[in-house]
Design a protein around this ligand. Structure first.
Ligand SMILES: Nc1ncnc2c1ncn2[C@@H]1O[C@H](COP(=O)(O)OP(=O)(O)OP(=O)(O)O)[C@@H](O)[C@H]1O
Ligand SMILES: [Mg+2]
Length: 382
């Protein structure tokens, strides 16, 4: 196996300028006022990728994933460290970091080909395949700025996979396309794997990492905190997500009602063992409220898994502390981190108190089913 990507002690700093003076007049009088802060987006990152390896890159928003990919693709210059590549690289970076939006799709295909060192004749030869894969033939002569994000990704992916790269770099954008196109991209990635190409894949979807990657890297605040087997990296990624989970209040419709503390069993839930969760709702006035308790469970990707019936769980809130318990006799979810939103809604459907991302639960599932729900199906031949 040959090393095709060699990242050695790479750091990237951004300079962020803070304006001190707000008014235009002040800015004209003191153009250099304000301060410059140096921000470490990547710190001392080293790893290698070999031929025929697919490596996932995980990390929450702002952890440095896109910055790392941009350094690898040469869009950004690392502040220090070195990156060596072997072979051609084709990249699908974040939306907006690829095409010239004033140009048409057609012109962008030729421009991108030229950037990769392909001759016009070579691009002519693959042009129809690119358009066919993207399925946007009607828009190929439209300026890219009028593309929807899905169309943009279709064309970008079609170009990237048709220029015969040794290394394919994909930044999350797969999540933008519709489900059918995503499946087509995943098929193409599988073909690339069979052909022995190397792939770097940034994604927030744990099951995609599990399905496609040989290994995964986890970034956290610009540091590499894991680089190893997919299962290990996913666990480390989750633990960090839970630690950093943002707990914030949404609309407190009644200023005197607040959802205070949440108690969830620590660690991860086993699918079969169920869980009990407690919430404290504090009424800080002498008023009493009655309504229904509500709960929503979301995947980290923002998909609503379940919303409780707004009329099914009556609660009476008295002045002071009210404790509410939720019993989940079993959690028919598969491996993943799920966010809970909780609240109390009065009989007219008005939200009295609400807490977004009030708690996160981590579910560990060791079976082989994919997706988010455990159906417990038994399949037999009839
Ligand atoms: N050109 C820039 N100038 C200043 N700061 C930047 C620049 N590009 C990125 N950053 C900062 O660097 C950090 C890492 O950003 P990056 O886009 O790499 O995160 P990411 O892991 O890709 O996040 P996401 O999951 O949201 O795509 C962020 O705090 C971001 O604000
Ligand atoms: Mg990014």
């Amino acid at each position: 196996m040959t090393i095709v990507i060699d990242v050695e002690e790479v750091s990237k700093q951004f300079k962020i300028h803070h304006e001190r003076s707000q008014s235009l007049k002040e800015r004209l009088l003191h153009p250099k006022s304000g301060s410059t802060e140096v921000f470490d987006a990547l710190q001392d990152i080293s790893f290698r990728v070999s031929t025929n390896e697919t490596v996932g890159i995980l990390g929450h928003n702002g952890s440095g994933k896109s910055t790392l990919l941009k350094c690898i693709c040469g869009v950004l210059q690392p502040t220090s460290g070195e990156i060596r590549l072997r072979g051609n690289l084709a990249a699908l970076l974040e939306l907006g970091a690829g095409f010239q939006t004033e140009l048409s799709g057609r012109d962008n295909v030729y421009l991108y080909g030229a950037m990769l060192g392909l001759s016009k004749r070579h691009v002519d030869a693959i042009f129809d395949d690119i358009v066919a894969f993207s399925e946007i033939e009607h828009f190929i002569d439209t300026q890219v700025k009028f593309y929807s994000s899905g169309m943009y990704v279709r064309l970008a992916f079609a170009v990237a996979v048709n220029v015969d790269p040794d290394i394919l770099v994909v930044d999350e954008v797969l999540a933008v396309g519709d489900e059918r196109f995503q499946a087509k991209c995943v098929d193409k990635i599988r073909t690339f794997q069979e052909e022995g190409r190397s792939i770097l894949l940034v994604t927030h979807q744990a099951d995609q990492v599990r399905a496609l990657c040989d290994r995964a890297i986890v970034l956290d605040g610009g540091l590499m905190i894991a680089n190893g087997p997919v299962q290990d990296s996913l666990r480390i990624f989750r633990e960090h997500l839970l630690e950093d989970a943002v707990f914030h209040d949404r609309i407190g419709h009644q200023a005197d009602v607040a959802i205070d503390s949440i108690t969830t069993p620590s660690g991860s839930f086993d699918v079969r063992s169920g869980a009990g969760i407690h919430f404290d709702v504090n009424v800080s006035s002498q008023s009493a409220y009655s309504g229904n308790f509500m709960m929503e469970i979301f995947t980290r990707g923002g998909l609503l898994v379940s919303r409780s019936d707004a009329h099914a769980s009556p609660v009476n809130l008295k002045p002071g502390l009210n404790r509410i318990g939720i019993d989940l006799p079993q959690i028919p979810l598969l491996d993943g981190v799920y966010d809970l939103n909780v609240g109390v809604v009065d009989h007219h459907g008005t939200v009295i108190a609400w807490k977004e991302q009030a708690a996160s639960i981590q579910v560990t599932y060791n079976g082989r089913e994919g997706g988010i729900v455990e159906l417990g199906a038994s399949i037999r031949q009839l």
